[in-house]
Ligand binder design. Structure first.
Ligand code: GLV
Ligand code: GLV
Length: 334
């Protein structure tokens, strides 16, 4: 039953055409159905997954009880093309004995590079300078034109010391920044090795010149940056969010940026990516990027490889290396 023995090949439903070329190698063993267009609607998703043993999903697709139910009881694995998996109802999957997998490790450097890129670009006012020239208003060198801030000795405050937080810490200190962090658990070895110091969340907000978020979106982290937190930050500080939009209360952030409670923000993610408020788009002290922190060729290729390995392993009854709900495996063994 596990391998669908004696029946046709197990079906794998792939929700996005981009991934089509990466899943070629699954075609020998599986009936691979790739959604041929860019955006799959909820209705199309519910129909597409029917009869699937595996689903390859994107972070923009809500994979909940209804989708799993529509797939059917033969569903074994949901392989998400992302490190974050807040789009998937993991407890519901575990209850159904369905493996959920993600793509950690391979986009760490790419996302941390984006954090530093946003930081440097904001401090050095790169986007404002570019806009000035393009507007035709630049009239030549001036001693105080677009004065920025140097990053040497500035404090990088990292919220969440996972893989991305750690690599950000290493890059920031290589650039001459002092690094502090807040995390649920302290890592004294890392502190010592990279000269990084632990602070409480409030202390970190008060001291940092840059606050960078690298926590997953959970009930605990939703709106963890709101009015109180933004008011604790220095008026010269920057907020960088390359994690998930809802970690920040976006309307409070807009107010903070307008009223200069903080100096600026670099945002790769938004509360609703399909609808980014004009108010946010019209602020000059922000850089907005379209959820491209992991968009390097290196990272996206490696993510595709892992997505394919995860799905194949789970269907072949091998524990996938990037299983986010190991309980499900334990249940299978017990
Ligand atoms: C991107 O946001 C990811 O979670 O991989
Ligand atoms: C994600 O890969 C993280 O651990 O930060």
């Amino acid at each position: 039953m596990w391998l669908n023995e004696g029946m046709e090949k197990p079906k794998i439903f792939v929700t996005h055409v981009f991934l089509g070329k990466f899943v070629e190698r699954l075609k020998e063993k599986y009936e691979v159905v790739v959604w041929p267009r860019r955006d799959i609607s909820r209705e199309e998703l519910l129909i597409g997954v029917k009869g699937s043993t595996g689903i390859i999903s994107l972070l923009t697709e809500k994979i909940d009880e209804e989708v799993m139910g529509s797939a059917g009881t033969q569903l074994k694995v949901i392989s998400n093309y992302a490190v974050g998996f807040d789009n998937i109802d993991v407890p519901a999957a575990t209850k159904r004995g369905v493996c959920v997998t993600n793509t950690p490790g391979v986009l760490t450097e790419s996302v941390a590079e984006e954090v530093l890129t946003l930081t440097l670009s904001l401090f050095r006012r790169i986007v404002e300078g570019d806009r000035l020239i393009r507007s035709g208003k630049y009239k030549g060198w001036e001693p105080d034109l677009l004065l920025g801030t140097g990053i040497k000795d500035k404090i990088m405050g990292i919220v969440g010391l996972g893989r991305i937080g750690r690599w950000t810490a290493r890059m920031a200190s290589a650039l001459g920044m002092k690094v502090i962090y807040f995390n649920r658990h302290r890592d004294e070895e890392f502190e010592e090795e990279y000269d990084v110091t632990y602070h409480t969340f409030d202390q970190l907000l008060e001291k940092s010149d840059v606050v960078s978020l690298s926590v997953p979106l959970t009930n605990e982290t939703r709106h963890m940056i709101g009015e109180k937190e933004l008011k604790l930050m220095k008026p010269t500080a920057l907020l960088i969010n390359t994690a998930r939009g809802p970690i920040v209360d976006q309307s409070c952030l807009i107010m903070a940026l307008k009223e200069k409670w903080i100096a600026g923000a670099g945002l790769d993610v938004f509360e609703d990516e399909m609808c980014i408020p004009v108010e946010l788009r019209s602020l000059s002290n922000t850089i907005l990027t379209p959820h491209t922190a992991s968009a390097t060729i290196e990272a996206r290729m490696a993510m595709a490889r892992i997505v394919v390995d995860n799905i194949d392993d789970a269907i072949e009854n091998k524990q996938p290396s990037c299983l986010v709900n190991p309980d499900v495996w334990q249940q299978k063994i017990d």
